[in-house]
Design a protein around this ligand. Structure first.
Ligand SMILES: *Cc1c(COP(=O)(O)O)cnc(C)c1O
Length: 406
């Protein structure tokens, strides 16, 4: 495969001449791990005569429910963004409602709230975890507040016990943005196993497992899951129609019972997802080993390393985000340029919502309201981390970082 060759050539460059220049292949920020099994599964689906939502989606949903330990209902969707929107709609959240979430997230989290007609209310983060500041949540609750969307940043679980307590006290729904959290645990419980009312995962190309584009919602309440299943595909309910039609004559029949979406997953994507999910724990183990190496190798540098999971819990290790101390010899922006010149692609997760013109004008937010989010953004660099990264490629990234920071 092309992408694999790209990595191998980086490895050879490092081994042979120690210096990887922009003339050579770059170290990508992220790379999907697609093997022959995934390719075979997709080809088999293509040849099967059934491409859209069908038996493979059903199997993927069942596998996902098993993966998170059962007792929930899984619903495959076209993206995490679509999943958040469907979950909000399934709980009846819309016009006039407010939903509390983090300023330090991808815009998709807040955009899903806007799309159901509700208003995102942004909270600052806890600077030690980069997750939503639990202490801030309660001060943002108004009579219009209907839900909280915590984001498990980089794969580190939010304090779901505290968030659950607040939600119960105020009668709020909790919908997790679990885009980074496969697999993540909180108090030994895997995220998605009824850790809230609904958990929404992403299978976008850079996430811990991928279907190209795709997502999964797990619902604690089967009645809500049923509503979401109807919303996922145009608001179609085949059961209602079947009840009123003569037996055997209703294969063409359906009835629109709700303002639905077109957010179903294809069987082509589900075929890919079934294989990726089987490999998810192996992927995690590799990323986790890479994180241990990063942590040890970068310990002496003027940076804040990413927070670890509490002892006994799993951090999905989706992102490895370092923060440059104010006494670092180089600015964050110059560091990213220096890494790029060495052929290493870094990123920044995230540009906080309050820094985007749309959110500033529509929500009236500004930097002064989110000092921790703002500071994290100014200092933060996400280093390449993906499970097919070889030891020597990682050693090269570490050397490049050390040269710039030491
Ligand atoms: C990637 C991401 C999303 C959106 O996922 P899609 O599947 O691309 O819709 C939402 N929230 C966070 C925190 C993300 O990183």
């Amino acid at each position: 495969m092309n992408s694999r060759r790209l990595i191998d050539s980086a490895e050879i460059n490092v081994a042979e001449d120690e210096i990887l220049t922009p003339r050579h292949q770059k170290v990508p920020f992220s790379l999907p791990d697609i093997g022959q099994q995934e390719i075979d599964a997709v080809v088999e689906c293509l040849r099967s005569g059934w491409l859209t939502t069908g038996s493979r989606c059903v199997a993927f949903e069942q596998d996902f429910t098993r993966f998170v330990g059962g007792d929930v209902e899984s619903l495959a969707v076209s993206s995490c963004t679509a999943g958040l929107e469907i979950a909000l709609a399934a709980f009846g959240i819309g016009e006039g409602d407010e939903v509390i979430t983090s300023d330090f997230t991808f815009s998709a989290t807040a955009m899903s709230i806007v799309h159901v007609g509700a208003k995102p209310v942004l909270a600052d983060i806890d600077p030690s975890t980069l997750n939503i500041d639990i202490a801030k949540i309660e001060s943002l609750i108004t009579p219009r507040t209907k839900a909280i969307i915590p984001v498990h940043y980089a794969g580190l679980a939010c304090d779901m016990t505290a968030i659950g307590d607040i939600a119960r006290r105020h009668g709020l729904r909790v919908i997790e943005d679990a885009a980074h959290a496969l697999p993540t645990t909180w108090n030994g419980r895997i995220i998605g196993n009824a850790t809230s009312d609904a958990s929404v995962f992403s299978f976008y190309a850079t996430k811990t497992i991928t279907t190209g584009e795709g997502g999964m919602i797990t619902f604690a309440d089967p009645a809500v899951a049923k509503r979401a299943r109807t919303l996922r595909l145009h608001g179609i309910d085949r059961d209602i129609f079947a009840r009123y039609s003569a037996a055997g004559s209703n294969s063409w029949g359906y009835e629109i019972v709700a303002r639905g979406y077109k957010s179903n997953l294809t069987d082509i994507a589900a075929a890919l997802g079934i294989v990726q999910l089987k490999r998810a724990w192996d992927f995690y183990k590799r990323r986790s080993a890479l994180v241990d190496i990063y942590d040890a190798a970068l310990a002496e540098l003027p940076i804040v390393r990413p927070p670890r999971a509490p002892s006994g819990d799993v951090h999905a290790s989706h992102l490895y985000a370092i923060r440059l101390n104010s006494d670092a010899a180089i600015s964050r922006d110059a560091f990213i340029v220096g890494m790029a010149e060495a052929g290493v692609n870094c990123s920044v997760h995230f540009i906080p919502l309050h820094r985007h013109s749309y959110w500033r004008s529509s929500l009236g937010v500004s930097a002064g309201m989110f000092p921790h989010s703002q500071q994290a953004f100014e200092q933060l660099v996400t280093l390449p981390l993906f499970n097919s990264m070889t030891d020597s490629v990682q050693a090269y990234v570490i050397e490049a970082a050390r040269r710039l920071l030491a």
